[in-house]
Design a protein around this ligand. Sequence first.
Ligand SMILES: [Cu+2]
Length: 145
Amino acid sequence: MKWHLVFTLGSLLLLQPFASTWAQLELGAGHVRASLPGVDSSAAYLSLTNPGDLEVTITAITAPGAGSVTLHHSMNHNGMVHMMQMSSLPVPAHQQVKLEPNGTHIMLEKLVQPLRAGAQQLLVLHYADGRQQELTLPVLSVLEE
Ligand SMILES: [Cu+2]
């Protein structure tokens, strides 16, 4: 009986650290691809590392100058590349997720004006718990990637 009480208290103490180990994602090198002439969409790539003990889920992304920002997953099917929209992107605890060409990427559409190489693009990541994180990526031409 006494042992059981000690065990319960121990469990409560063990649970405590989890409440405070939510961490911001570490944003690795990335870029936005310059838009091609006459095309009002482009893509953004970067690596996301979660140093925390809790999974962080991106549920939405916004970007000034882009009417629509979505997460896409590219799949090569019989030589044809298909892009599927993802409703969310989980970044598991202590893991890295890479957004890269031909893989998962951020799709910027309905661009108000062309994305020119040399410019900077702000992105806002919205997390499932309501938090937000801003990042600024350089715009690179396809040749600079
Ligand atoms: Cu896409």
